[in-house]
Design a protein around this ligand. Structure first.
Ligand code: CP
Length: 307
């Protein structure tokens, strides 16, 4: 099999490649007209075995803004996987019809498996509770734009740190960029997997504090990264119901926060950020989702060898 670059998890990119994508994404956002033909004639295969709004449509938007085309599915039941076709065979076929694939799958490791059968780049658009590397690129372009640098921040990650794939990818990546301190805020049932905490402690000199109290850290942080309790990953509804209202951010709760703190969320949200917070200028989660288009443009262009 020829040597093809895939993005399965953030560690597939070096620190300098990550910053190259972030900076290129910013350039693309500022001067979109310069890139309208960059991927002309290329086709993005968009294979969504699990629902998505942002990842699916920001990739579509990214490819269209680069002058490319799209094909794919959002309902696997309309494909021959329904007849029992394997993931490997599906990938071989889609690899003959398209030039680059983004796929989301409920099973951890499915994009990695797909990459083993693929002669074209595979981008992981989220696999189970495992990884979501392009959300991390989206988060980093947002942090760079709003805080000027992705380094040296005190960051609180709050909510479902156990099942939240966005958090798993983000914390491992931010650790590579000299984060000052992580506050990990969750109910104990949804704490960050020990393997990730230990990996960071072993490899980086970063302070990590685990707590269940969001309000107690509010005045200490530069970035608050809220996450949804991931209902679809629970084994039973009772456990979800017990934990679903663990954190609900309100204007009152962010009162003590720094004036230049930013509030991020990969979205979708359920109830963990009250709608009243949307009007606070520190609430940048919709802008975060918008910026995801441009960093994904940079990623597609890079993996296709167009930049
Ligand atoms: N942030 C994110 O992955 O959103 P979607 O599930 O809508 O793609």
């Amino acid at each position: 099999m020829k040597n093809v670059r895939h993005l399965i998890e953030p560690k597939d990119l070096s620190n300098s490649e990550i910053m190259e994508l972030v900076n290129m994404g910013i350039q693309m956002e500022e001067n979109p007209q310069d890139y309208v033909n960059l991927c002309k004639g290329k086709i993005l295969g968009s294979l969504f075995f699990e629902p998505s709004t942002r990842t699916k449509f920001s990739f579509d938007s990214a490819m269209l803004r680069l002058g490319g085309n799209l094909m794919g599915f959002t309902d696997v039941n309309t494909t021959s996987a329904k007849k029992g076709e394997s993931l490997g065979d599906t990938i071989k076929i889609m690899g003959a019809y398209t030039d680059i694939i983004v796929m989301r799958h409920p099973k951890e490791g499915a994009p990695k498996l797909a990459s083993e059968y693929s002669t074209i780049p595979i981008i992981n658009g989220g696999d189970g509770g495992h990884q979501h590397p392009t959300q991390t690129l989206t988060d980093l372009i947002t942090i760079k734009k709003y805080k000027n640098t992705v380094s040296n921040h005190t960051i609180a990650l709050c909510g479902d740190l156990k099942f939240g794939r966005t958090v798993h990818s983000l914390i491992k990546t931010l650790a590579r960029f000299n984060t000052k301190k992580f506050y990990l805020i969750s109910p104990k049932e949804l704490s960050l997997p020990k393997s990730i905490v230990n990996e960071i402690k072993l490899n980086y000199d970063i302070e990590i504090e685990e707590t269940s109290e969001l309000e107690a850290v509010m005045d200490k942080i530069d970035i608050l990264y809220m996450t949804r309790i991931q209902k679809e990953r629970f084994f039973n509804e009772e456990d979800y119901i017990k934990l679903k209202n663990s954190y609900i951010l309100t204007n009152e709760k962010i009162e003590p926060a720094k004036k230049d703190m930013i509030i991020m969320h990969p979205l979708p949200r359920v109830n963990e950020i009250s709608k009243e917070v949307d009007d606070d200028k520190r609430a940048i989660y919709f802008e975060q989702a918008r910026l995801g288009v441009y960093v994904r443009m940079a990623l597609i262009a890079k993996l296709l060898g167009a930049i």
